[in-house]
Design a protein around this ligand. Structure first.
Ligand SMILES: [Fe+2]
Length: 297
């Protein structure tokens, strides 16, 4: 594979010469390792149909069927559709998804390790997706913020990002919230997770889904969380992927926070996402990584 790697400690590797429809099992293993090493992998100049896209996802791992079916492609439930363009005169997917810092499905007990994105229609003006490498953020975290997260658990909830649906009309907001809380109860994950392959320590927090540090008083959370998010979202931590026609990208949610760009009024945008489970736990205890590396010797 012909690669363009980023400077050290930066994310994103480009694969220039590989058609995702014809990757070999050896190349699949190489690609997964590239995801663990560079966090974001960009395949250039792809031209694939929906079935080929799903086939590729199945080679990488197990595609997710997203737990809310209003996001599903009508013929392919594995494809999560982000679109402001109707299909055959009907609403197609959901518009304006992911315009806040998050990692996909952090609000589930088993979050999503990998996300693939393949745009079908790129908007005219802004064609960007933004990333923050949370492994690097944890390394740079000031001591006073580190003291609030080391050894702690964070609470994650999807309910504040829920998009109201047709069937919510005539319901009180409090009842809509209760329904979502019942379907997606708040979850807890370690604030600092250990990567199952690289053993890296990663701050697992985002302003989109993280709603509390377990064990802290409400007032302390209200003070610390905005400070933590302001540090995470500093300009110098943000990597911008500028989309080219034919790009298919694959990234790791264990290490990256991401955010979609805004689509300007009147512009069209259609993007197909497939979430993929790579068969590994989302995070492990540091002891387990040490055991694994001992066994590998
Ligand atoms: Fe997302």
């Amino acid at each position: 594979m012909k690669l363009v790697a980023p400077p050290s400690e930066q994310i994103g590797v480009q694969i220039l010469d590989t058609n995702v429809t014809s990757v070999t099992p050896t190349e699949i293993e190489e690609i997964k390792q590239l995801v663990y090493d560079y966090k974001l992998v960009i395949f250039r100049e792809q031209n694939i149909n929906d079935s080929q896209y799903i086939e590729f996802a199945k080679k990488i791992g197990t595609p997710q069927v997203y737990p809310q079916d209003n996001y599903h492609h009508p013929e392919h439930p594995e494809i999560f559709v982000s679109s402001n363009v109707p299909k055959d005169g009907k609403k197609f997917g959901v518009r304006g998804t992911g315009r806040y810092w998050h990692t996909d499905c952090a609000f589930l007990d088993e979050p999503l390790p990998f996300t693939m994105l393949y745009p079908k229609i790129l908007p005219k003006s802004i064609r960007e997706t933004y990333y923050i490498d949370m492994q690097q953020v944890y390394k740079k975290l000031p001591a006073h913020l580190k003291s609030y997260v080391d050894g702690k658990y964070l609470i994650h909830e999807g309910k504040w990002r829920y998009k109201v649906q047709e069937w919510d009309i005539d319901k009180a907001i409090i009842d809509i919230l209760r329904d979502i809380e019942e379907r997606f109860p708040a979850v807890r994950h370690p604030a600092v997770v250990t990567h199952p392959v690289t053993g890296a320590k990663i701050l697992y927090a985002s302003s989109g889904f993280t709603t509390g540090i377990e064990g802290l008083e409400y007032e302390t959370n209200q003070k610390v969380l905005p400070e933590l998010f302001a540090f995470i979202e500093r300009e110098e931590h943000i990597h911008t992927h500028v989309w080219q026609d034919g790009d298919l990208i694959l990234w790791e949610n264990r290490t990256l926070n991401h955010m979609a760009s805004t689509v300007l009024p009147g512009e069209k945008s259609v993007s197909y996402r497939i979430g993929v489970y790579d068969g590994l736990p989302f995070y492990v205890s540091s002891e387990k990584v040490a055991e694994k590396s001992l066994l590998a010797r």
